[in-house]
Design a protein around this ligand. Structure first.
Ligand code: PMP
Length: 427
């Protein structure tokens, strides 16, 4: 496949749009960022007319696939009623009730527009609840692009200091220094206990399954140990389930692992592509927002069309049917990929679940960001770029998202493309 029309459009657009893209993560895509004409089910069509099997899924949100009828119809119908009312609609109450039903830690809900914002609300609640300022995050975990959390997301290990006590490294030029942030290695309960002993930490925030910089599961007992350590130190535990929510299980990683955080951040699959996120949590903390001790605002919060889409998405999720499809097709894909890699003599591992997993080349079984850097990530990125030329779009960092719109035929075509790419690289 060729992508010349995309390249021409991007080059032309760079005269008016910074870099030709509107999010940092869309730069650096090989051979270059793509321009799309339409999306349907599991398929993207770009301006070259290429039809691509999509495992980006909007960076995670499209759990039901692109333009699922139930969501499209709900959004379309809402356009005839209201777009934005700066007030309440029954839609947001119904959606919140479903969140409370689905997500173990959700006693109270506040909707936001983006995951980055909802993270800010969670940290503010934690600081107000504890009267403390410090926040602990983990090396390689991403919690949005705001100053106070964009630390050590993909740090240069030459500058990152010792493993047990990483030096917090900023992720952007112009980022405000932050004396309140501590960065720790993930999956290391001892290091966390030691840091919490100082008694100054308001919140520990983590991706409960690490999917941004690598695909790593919590080691057995780790989440429980974190929960205990936070309780002992009077620190709030915040799960950032922007990726894991509705994918690792309908109720997120907290449901799958049976560890309930104090606060949870949700986004992405929550609204199947509409800009909706949420901070949810235990009533005793979320009451700080209800009481107006903690300010959480936003002109576009619960925009009517987005809420209609959220309600439709959560209704489908609660029904369970999407998972029955994803579990079957995603598991087949995971198995098929492992078979293709084995047949080609490529050492590879897959970590995760049918709806979201990570493929890694090399022999390592990492438990944290630093170990994950020993995988053959450059080779994987080459593989992902080659796969695109065969009509399969996967993230260069190894994450695959699978939707309820992916079918056996897509899996067959994907595995054939993988086989072709592996054969090319062998010869
Ligand atoms: N947390 C996690 C775990 C994420 O993966 C992301 C986005 N990739 C965010 C927060 C930020 O969400 P948003 O892009 O909606 O601001």
């Amino acid at each position: 496949m060729e992508f010349d029309a995309s390249r021409a459009r991007i080059d032309h657009a760079a005269a008016v749009v910074a870099g030709g893209v509107n999010s940092a993560f869309r730069l650096g895509i090989r051979p270059h960022p793509l321009v799309f004409a339409s999306a349907d089910g599991a398929i993207l069509t770009d301006v070259d007319g290429n039809r691509l099997i999509d495992y980006f899924l909007g960076m995670g949100p499209m759990l039901l696939g692109h333009r699922p009828p139930a969501v499209v119809e709900a959004a379309r119908a809402q356009l005839d009623r209201s777009i934005l009312v700066a007030g309440q609609t029954e839609l947001e109450y119904a959606a919140a009730r479903l969140l409370v039903e689905l997500v173990p830690s959700a006693e109270l809900v506040r909707f936001s527009v983006s995951g980055s914002e909802a993270v800010q609300a969670a940290l503010r609640v934690a600081r107000a609840a504890t009267g403390r300022s410090a926040v602990v995050k983990f090396e390689g975990h991403y919690h949005g692009w705001f100053d106070n959390v964009l630390w050590s997301v993909a740090p240069d290990l030459a500058k990152a200091g010792p493993r047990e006590a990483p030096v917090p490294l900023p992720g952007s030029g112009g980022q405000m220094p932050d004396p309140n942030i501590s960065v720790l290695p993930w999956n290391d309960a001892g290091a966390l206990r030691e840091r919490l002993a100082a008694g100054d930490v308001a919140a520990v925030i983590m991706e409960p399954v690490m999917f941004n910089s690598a695909g790593i599961l919590p080691v057995p007992g780790y989440l429980e140990a974190v929960r205990e350590a936070c309780d002992a130190a009077g620190t709030l535990l915040v799960f950032d389930e922007v990726i894991t929510g509705f994918r690792v299980a309908p109720g997120g990683a907290q449901q799958r692992f049976g560890v309930v955080p104090d606060l949870t951040v949700l986004g992405k699959a929550l609204a199947n592509g509409f800009p909706v996120a949420a901070v949810v949590g235990l009533r005793r903390y979320m009451d700080l927002i209800a009481d107006r001790q903690v300010l959480h605002g936003g002109t576009y919060n619960t925009q009517s069309v987005a809420m209609a889409a959220t309600l439709a998405t959560l209704t489908e999720i609660r029904d369970g049917a999407p998972y029955r499809r994803i579990d079957k097709v995603g598991a087949r894909l995971m198995e098929g990929l492992l078979e293709e890699f084995a047949a080609a003599g490529v050492e590879a591992r897959i970590v995760g679940y049918p709806a979201v997993f990570q493929v890694r080349f090399g022999a390592v079984r990492p438990s944290d960001f630093r170990e994950a850097q020993r995988a053959d990530n450059a080779r994987y990125a080459d593989f992902a770029a080659a796969l695109l030329r065969h009509g399969v779009r996967v993230l260069p960092r190894g994450t695959w998202f699978v939707s309820a719109a992916h079918e056996d035929g897509h899996v067959d075509a994907t595995l054939a493309a993988v086989r072709a790419v592996l054969a090319e690289t062998r010869s």
